[in-house]
Design a protein. Structure first.
Length: 284
């Protein structure tokens, strides 16, 4: 049996006997795969302390693609991410990230960019994952990574209002003042004179209210200020400015409702997974 080597992050464990365990990994070279670790739960096992949830390890395994389950040979810790052992709110965010990646990653697929994205999001979750707004930022980044960026513009809005593409194909950002205003939006919903937009998880984002009524499309009302927040957070390269900006709780609640539906519809993740993570982040 050939021996393969790759960087890997455990997604979940399954005990198969008193001493052995099956670990499902996200790997840099082979996508999602499972290995059996024989004797892992013995006191003298060489695997003890060499892998853990949300940590990156170097994994050597016997490739048994044509014969059955892979067998782990060796494992050594590379990046521990110890913050998740003490910060239970950040750990909840990391758990949600892992669940979504586990659900959407193919087995035995060569996707190094996905592994790099996973590592980057876990690293950011160590610092910012204890804030509820981090989950919003992550969902926006993940949807974009998947090629399913959330549509946040009314179909009737002029293209120049959201920024046009430059000659090299990149997206021109909103002005600093517009972005800052959206990030710090705190006007109560009752003071807004702009009609509420409609958000359809099935259609991937904001749709025209009249179109939704005409075609009887299930769509949730969302305030234009909440849409502006989503748009600004979608463009944010880092969650730092997102979690630091004050946000009206009413707008954040609307955003959470529509994103829960979006993730459930688009990525087939049971809605309770995100809901439980959010409840943990908001726990006293």
């Amino acid at each position: 049996m050939p021996i393969q080597k790759t960087s890997a992050i455990p997604l979940y464990f399954t005990n198969v006997s008193n001493t052995s365990r099956v670990v499902t990994w996200m790997t840099a070279r082979y996508g999602k795969l499972s290995t059996i670790i024989k004797g892992e739960q013995r006191k003298n096992s060489l695997f003890r302390g060499q892998y853990d949830l949300f940590s990156t390890s170097e994994l050597l395994f016997y490739d048994r693609t044509e014969k059955g389950m892979h067998i782990a040979k060796e494992c050594s810790m590379l990046t521990r991410r110890a913050a998740f052992r003490t910060d239970w709110r950040a750990c909840a965010s990391a758990g949600y990230i892992s669940a979504l990646l586990a659900k959407t990653t193919l087995r035995h697929g060569h996707e190094p960019e996905r592994f790099e994205f996973f590592e980057e999001m876990l690293t950011l979750a160590e610092t910012y994952g204890r804030h509820p707004a981090f989950l919003v930022w992550f969902d926006l980044q993940f949807a974009d990574f998947q090629g399913q960026a959330i549509q946040l513009e009314d179909r009737g809005q002029k293209t120049e209002d959201r920024g046009q593409r430059t000659e090299d194909g990149s997206q021109r950002s909103e002005t600093r003042d517009q972005r800052s205003e959206a990030l710090t939006s705190h006007i109560p919903p009752s003071t807004s004179h702009t009609p509420a937009a409609r958000f359809s998880a099935e259609h991937g984002g904001v749709i025209d209210p009249g179109y939704a009524r005409q075609h009887r499309i299930p769509a949730s009302p969302i305030a234009p200020e909440a849409v502006a927040l989503l748009r600004a957070w979608q463009q944010a390269d880092s969650p730092k400015e997102v979690v630091a900006a004050p946000c009206n709780p009413a707008y954040l609640a609307q955003i959470e409702r529509v994103l829960e539906k979006f993730v459930s519809w688009q990525f087939d993740l049971p809605p309770h997974v995100r809901k439980k993570a959010l409840e943990t982040l908001r726990a006293a």
